[in-house]
Every structure is written in structure tokens, then in C-alpha cells.
Design a protein around this ligand. Sequence first.
Ligand code: AKG
Length: 317
Amino acid sequence: MNDRLPDLSDAFALRAAAIEDYRRDGHVVVPGLATAEEVARFRPGLLRASEAAPQREKKPLEERDTYGKAFLQMFNLWRQNEVARAFVHARRFARVAAELMGVTAVRLYHDQALFKEPAGGATPWHQDQFYWPLQTADTVTLWMPLVPTTREMGLMTFASGSQSLGNLGDFAISDASHREFERLIAEKGLQVAAEAALAPGDASFHAGWTLHSASSNQTDAMREVMTIIYYADGTLVGPLDHPNRRFDRDVWLRGCEPGEPAAGPLNPVLYERGEAESRPGFPAATAWGATRGPPSPASPPGARRCARARRRPSETP
Ligand SMILES: O=C(O)CCC(=O)C(=O)O
């Protein structure tokens, strides 16, 4: 058997309608971004990486809070082995992220394996970007199951258009965020879109400010999902105005100070559009970019790394 990993660097033919849907709704499903065969080849390495990740929760489900019951959360798998690195760094995926956002280059913020255990709880409504000290609305999460996933195992639900409301307040993932955002969704009459079933390699993408939640796992099987979070190259580090953002800066933007480019050693550029790749006919910036300021420019030469990371290039987490 050929044990070389499948090549995930090719261009995926993203439908123009998917870009429009993403920019209007703040989320979209991209079926078949990877084939089931490709996912099957990467899965063992991703599982090994998730088992080795030091953050993997050891406490039994019943001793955890609502957030802890929602999923096992293991991050920076790409630092664990070459298989995980090739998956997380896949140019095919990063290019779709860039095309959805309408930016020319994207960086990695981090990856996370989100495994909802049998009897794992629902994921409360929340906004991801509450946690992220990133000064841009051009952030997006790829969410891809590694196994066939049904609603009963825990699939995502999105409040369409909620990304355009921006920051809805300081709500960490909790019962309180769920209550508050459920109330707000009803008050604003936002459409709620619930995924029904995804195959391995199908991916959903959601923007950093999109309100989302996920159903509980009522089956005996682990819901294995990989996520990869991207942001526009050129993004600056935002204020570290609460402990969650300080944590995120310390873990994922190590060495970067507010006001500097978010471009530390853990944030490689995963896709940069070449001249030959520009696709006339695709709108260039996010629909909400117009109201939230211009899209982030690509980094100027010399601004590729944040200052502290430049001074300490050998530092690794
Ligand atoms: O997988 C889940 O249950 C929730 C995922 C999520 O909140 C995210 O990817 O931002």
C-alpha cells in the first residue's frame, strides 16, 4: 500500500453561491471539501495527536461543568505529528477560508479537535470571537467531522446573519451565554439553521461573530470533529481586555502585543493568493466588512512576525 498521505494542496472548486451564502449568513456548509478516503487516511494520525495532547480532559463527564461536558477539546494538534500538521496546514482548506472571507492570505490561529463523547452535553450558544484578541471581522472556523455525523451525535446550529451584529457582549461558553443568546435570537427574530447530517470531509465554516451552538450526543459513538481557525493576514492583535483574551494571546499569539501584527511563530500563512489565481466574478470583501471597516490588508513586508517573536525566534510553546 502507498503510505504517502493524500495531497491536500490543490484548489477546491468553491461555488460562488457558497461565498454569497457565507457572507450573508455568516456560515455555510461545503460538502466534500475532502473525500471520505482522504479523511480516513489522516484520521489515525489525528487521533494519535488528540490522545497525546496535554489538554485532554481526564475528569469523568459527570464532574464537569456545562462547557466541559460539551466536548473534549485538544488544540495545536499540528504540533504533535506530521500527519496532523499536513491536515491542519492543508492549502486546499485555507484557500476556501480565504475565498469565503474575500481576503488574499490567511494565517492559522489554531486547530482544535472537538470530540463530543457519548452522552456529551449540548454546546451552549456563543460567539467564538469573544475569546480572540484579533482586530478584524475576517476570522473563520472550519468544522469537519472525521466520522459520519448525525444530529443525534451533535451537529452545529447557527443563527443566520448574527455575525453582522458584531460583539454581543462578554459571554463565555456557559448556561448564561445559552440563555442570553437564545433570548436575543428570539427577540431579533434571527433564522436558526440546524445541520442534519455531515459525512467525513464535509465542512462547515462559520465566522468569528456568528452565534452558534450544537446538539448533545445521544449515541454511543464519539463525535470526532477537527476544527481549524483562520484569520486574514495583516490582522493586528486587539486589546487583552479580559482573562480569556489574555489566555488566547499567551497560548496562540505568544510574543505578540496589542497593536502588533498577529503573526507569531504559531501563526503561519497557510494560503496566499498568487496572481494567476485571482478569480474575477468573486466579490472581494465580506458583506459586513463595509460596516465594520475595510478588510485587513495583507501584511507589509517586514511585518510578518510580531516584534517579540522576532527577538526570540527559538521560543516554542
Ligand atoms: O463542536 C461543537 O460542539 C461546537 C464547536 C464550536 O463551537 C466551534 O467550532 O466554534
